[in-house]
Design a binder for this molecule. Sequence first.
Ligand code: HEM
Ligand code: FPP
Length: 303
Amino acid sequence: MSAPAFAATHPLPADWRDFLALTKPRVMSLVVFTGLCAMLAAPVHVHPVIGFTAILCIALGAGASGALNQWYEADLDAVMKRTAGRPLPAGRMDRQAALHFGVGLGTFSVLLMGLAVNLLSALILAGSILFYVLVYTVWLKRRTPQNIVIGGAAGAFPPLIGWAAATGQVDLLPVLLFALVFLWTPPHFWALGLFVRTDYAAAGVPMMPVVAGNRATRMQVFLYSVPMAVCAVAPWPLGLTGAIYGLSAAALSLVFVGLAARVGISRVEDQALMRDERRMFAYSILYLFAIFGALVADRILLA
Ligand code: HEM
Ligand SMILES: CC(C)=CCC/C(C)=C/CC/C(C)=C/COP(=O)(O)OP(=O)(O)O
């Protein structure tokens, strides 16, 4: 596999901050949080050292996938305002270094998970890294506006990984959490895609707002939010969680669907004036942190 041609001029010696940036630490903090919460919500006692190792592996694996994503798409990142300052397009890092860092970190995370935790969690971790890098980044991102729907599944695996790390198996609750993050991703990303559409258009990336237009994308944001809310609340009536989680999920999801409905009916065309979309995007992040936090609170307080 070779990445699209991109030559950074005069790479400067990269320092640790550039390697950290390669792992997309802010995005990955939420990815890791969902894995951690699923692990804490599992109905088993996890030895703290094993638990810490599992979360470390998710963080390293997610970071590795971010590094490989940036290694592959330095050409795209160079033409988008939001991403032009990243270590590769800004010329602060050699591409080989990014590739070696990503492959090394990813391999290490999967091996450590397999040796220290269990095989199932290591296999799902390996699948998530490969899915994000090969299916999303290499295959779908430049080809179809469904890129983030299918490819976004990569980001939904960590709850399954956290649960599998704790229990050695996969059950209905983590499957519902997978579905929650899977259905959350389109509203999360397309809200942002709407107000940075020109960036993606300039880079030639067929994101939904670029291909289908603002109106159709806004409708999709709303349409995904409804089944997402159902998956979010479902664990409560199914008896998989208690009322603390159930009521929190219901309230948080109601606000989510409300904001998505506002996006759905908005007709603002000027990106700078897209307040509903910015609010939806910001809330999507708060939402996922809060709902996974509520899951743990439910387990601890109702234990
Ligand atoms: C294919 C799926 C996804 C796409 C295309 C996507 C895209 C984006 C983009 C473009 C940003 C803007 C900020 C940046 O460049 O760092 C962002 C921010 C963010 N995303 Fe996503 N995202 C996806 C899935 C996820 C998932 C699964 C999570 C976590 C579970 C997540 C968590 C976050 C967080 C926490 C931020 C805010 C980062 C900050 O504060 O800068 N995203 N996302
Ligand atoms: C456990 C594990 C391996 C999880 C990895 C899953 C993962 C990396 C989820 C987050 C998805 C993400 C950061 C998308 C960014 O899209 P983009 O790459 O198109 O964004 P960009 O335009 O900012 O580069």
